[in-house]
Design a protein around this ligand. Structure first.
Ligand SMILES: [Mg+2]
Length: 390
């Protein structure tokens, strides 16, 4: 581990609102939010609005009750992704190692920059923070540490316009007084279980005996303890978004040449994967269909949407053409599989306002809930009916 804080996490402050305020600077300092008015959701709230209790995601109607003088701004198409790109482009003037985690959040690895002192690093990162403000008109909070975990916690420690540097060697000390929920892997359920045992702070967790941690956290105890001490070896990965994928496949009991049956099975696999992608707040751009002839010969074909989607229906039209492109020989199939890649964090807030997509997503969410109740799908799409391959 380096003795310099070479990992930077940056997180733009109230990003969508900040972007809108670059177009309407007269609204700076006012209670503003970006959101849809009718049956809409608050996508981003200014710090002044947050002081009134407005948060993300909150139904707009509720936000307007809490804060009747809230200025509601409709989203400007293309603005956020445009400023996001410029934001990360500016980061790349400091280091080529930039991991774009979401539209307004990312990591920088200053390892290749040849910095030799903390003072030099601090000066260069502060200069970047200033450049972002001057050139783009938005603010971002920065965390600097020896690893990604601590840098990410540090960037959120003070907002907006935060700049928090955790000196190497003091990671454990920095995390100790914070809530256990800052540790990745401790979600709401684990947090509640730990709270029942009187464990609220990172320092409480570290103070437990090995046996008690094993009882509360099971086999993930040692890994979570390491994180609680601020130890993290994950590296900044500029290709992270492209690496992720979701896939499934189905082997037929009997080889099949029935195109419409295989098409249905394929759509059913899309139905199986897409709720997982939605549940993780992601969307996919590319669908790959793989087929296997008897004798283990695989063929595949892929296509990308112009814009990523988290809706099953966006990908249905690709199924027949991809199957035909992959299945060129007049032979039966033994297996079919689907894979989603080009996984990205959607600027979902943008899509929230597309009314048709919004309705479809609401329906999809209801289906996800119904289908989560049991092992058998409670609600079927048309292609899920009919005979299954046997
Ligand atoms: Mg942010």
């Amino acid at each position: 581990m380096s003795d310099l804080p070479l990992i930077v996490h940056l997180d733009a402050d109230a990003f969508f609102v900040s972007c809108e305020l670059t177009l309407q600077p007269a609204l700076r300092g006012k209670k503003c939010a970006v959101g849809g008015r009718e049956r809409g959701i608050i996508a981003s709230a200014s710090y002044e609005a947050r002081a009134c209790g407005v948060y993300t995601p909150m139904p707009t109607t509720q936000a307007l009750k809490l804060c009747p003088d809230l200025i509601l701004l409709p989203p400007t198409a293309g603005l956020y992704s445009d400023i996001s790109r410029q934001l990360f482009d500016l980061c790349e003037t400091l280091t080529p190692y930039v991991q774009r985690n979401s539209i307004d959040e990312g990591y920088l690895d200053l390892g290749p920059c040849g910095f030799t002192s903390i003072a030099e690093i601090e000066q260069r990162v502060r200069a970047l923070q200033q450049r972002i403000l001057e050139q783009l008109g938005v603010t971002a909070s920065f965390g600097l540490a020896s690893n990604k975990l601590v840098a990410a916690v540090a960037s959120k420690a003070y907002k907006p316009r935060g700049f928090t540097l955790v000196a190497p060697g003091s990671e454990a000390q920095f995390l100790a007084p914070l809530k256990v929920s800052v540790i990745p892997g401790i979600g709401k359920i684990t947090e509640a279980r730990l709270a029942d045992a009187g464990i609220r702070l990172v320092s409480d967790l570290i103070a437990q005996s090995v046996a008690e941690r094993q009882r509360l956290l099971g086999d993930s105890g040692p890994a979570l303890l390491a994180l609680a001490r601020g130890e993290d070896t994950d590296s900044v990965d500029p290709t992270v978004a492209a690496a992720q994928s979701y896939s499934t496949q189905e082997t037929f009991n009997h080889n099949s040449s029935n195109f419409s049956l295989i098409e249905r099975v394929t759509k059913r696999m899309i139905d199986e994967l897409m709720p997982k992608i939605r549940a993780e707040g992601k969307q996919a751009k590319t669908l790959t269909i793989k087929i296997r002839y008897p004798g283990m010969e695989d063929r595949s074909s892929a296509r990308s949407l112009a814009v990523g989607s988290d809706l099953e229906t966006s990908f249905y039209p690709l199924v027949a053409q991809l199957l035909k492109a992959a299945w060129t020989e007049p032979r039966p199939l033994r297996l079919v599989g689907v894979r989603f890649s080009g996984i990205e964090q959607p600027s979902r807030q943008l899509e929230i306002f597309g009314e048709v997509a919004n309705k479809k997503r609401r329906l999809a969410g209801v289906l996800d809930k119904l289908n989560a109740r049991g092992p058998l799908p409670a609600v079927h799409s048309g292609h899920q009916l009919g005979p299954r391959p046997s």
